[in-house]
Structure formats: C-alpha cells, structure tokens
Design a protein around this ligand. Sequence first.
Ligand code: HEM
Length: 215
Amino acid sequence: MKRIKMYKLFERVWHWSQSMLILFLAVTGFEVHNSISIFGFEKAVQFHRIASYLFLILIAFAIFWHFTTDEWRQYIPTFKNLKAQIRYYGYGMFKNEPHPVHKTRWQKLNPLQILTYLGFKVLIVPVMVVSGLLYLFHKTINANNVVIIQNFSLESIALWHTFGAFILVAFVIVHVYMTTTGNTATSNIKAMITGYEEIEDEHKPKESKKVEEVK
Ligand code: HEM
C-alpha cells in the first residue's frame, strides 16, 4: 500500500460545500413543498433562493475546474469491468473479495461510479437547475411570452423540480452508504477530508494513462 494525494483542495472544498448545499436545499425545498416544518414557509423560500444562487456559483467554478485540470476525463464512461463491479457490490464485498478495479490518481472512479456520477452531473443537476430557474423566473418568462417555454405551467415545473429532488435525495443516501465500501468503512470519507488515500501499488491498470503521485 502507498499513500498518495488523491483529492486536491478545490475538489474537497467543492465536494463538501456541494453536499451541504444539496442537503440545505432539500430541507428548505421540502419545507416549501409543505412536507416538513422547520424555518417557516417565508424563511424557507428565502433560504432556498439564497442557497440556490450559491449552488449555481459553485457549479460554475466546478465546471471551470474540471475542464482546466483535465479531471473531466475521469468521467468518460466505460463498460469494462462494469459487471465485475456490480457483482462486487452485490456479493464480493460481503465475502471480503478484492476490489475488481484498482484505484489510481487518474482512475479514481470504478465503472459504476463513473456512470452514476456522470448521470448526476449531466442529468440530475441540470434538471434541478433548469426547473429551479424556470420556477424562479416563471413570472418574467410568462410576461415576456417566451415561445419555447410559455406552455410550461408552474405546476409542471414544480413537479419536475420535486421529482429531481427525490432522485437527488436517493442519490445522496446511496452515495453515503457506498462511501463505506472502501478499504475500511471510513477510509473514503477520511480521504475526501485530508486529500490523502492509501492505495495498492501493485497491479497498475494497463489503460491508466497518467499516474501522478503528489508526495
Ligand atoms: C440551482 C438550483 C435550484 C434552484 C434555482 C431552485 C429554485 C427553486 C424555486 C424558485 C423554488 C420555489 C420556491 C421559491 O419560490 O423560492 C424551489 C422549490 C423547491 N426546491 Fe429548489 N432550487 C434548486 C435546487 C434544489 C435542490 C438541489 C433541491 C433538493 C435537493 C430542491 C428542492 C426543492 C423542492 C422540494 C421544492 C418545492 C417544490 C414545490 O413543491 O413547489 N431545489 N426551488
């Protein structure tokens, strides 16, 4: 085993602030939806708006970071080892079998994680952002007769936004469970806090293009 710098500072700050914002948006959003009562409706609306602006700013920084650092390459989908990974999560890990895919600095994600996180980035987040912005500006949009979206009623926008919120909450629950499936139950969480992670140094995957170690 060797200890390498797996997550850069920006990545860790982005990860934790995104988690906090999503949780806060879920709490305030479901208060607006009338499912829970914590801050009171008016305050929940106000807090949800402020948090959504912060979320948008964070997304803009994250997109910039992914493209300027080449980290977007970590999300190129692959079906290689996908079956082995699914088998591992469903059976192998309970039998203490080794991880089917070895983690490196430039191959942090296994094929199932790539597909899940890619879905999060290109499907769930865009649904939330687009429906959220339509929700926010529906009065202005309606007043200006924007042809493409004038047929969307506020009800259907709210429905899409709430549907996305349920998917996002389910994603967070599964994601938190999955973080416990690393070398130890807390090793993945510790790595996302400190940036450093212990990885196996033998059997380097052949397809890994760059293996950069920061000591
Ligand atoms: C950029 C992202 C987002 C924007 C712009 C946004 C915007 C909005 C707006 C404008 C509303 C209506 C309340 C109001 O007038 O303020 C709303 C409601 C809501 N939001 Fe968001 N939101 C975003 C992200 C999220 C996220 C990440 C979640 C959950 C994880 C969420 C969950 C909800 C829920 C459940 C409602 C109540 C829907 C209803 O029943 O009417 N939102 N959002």
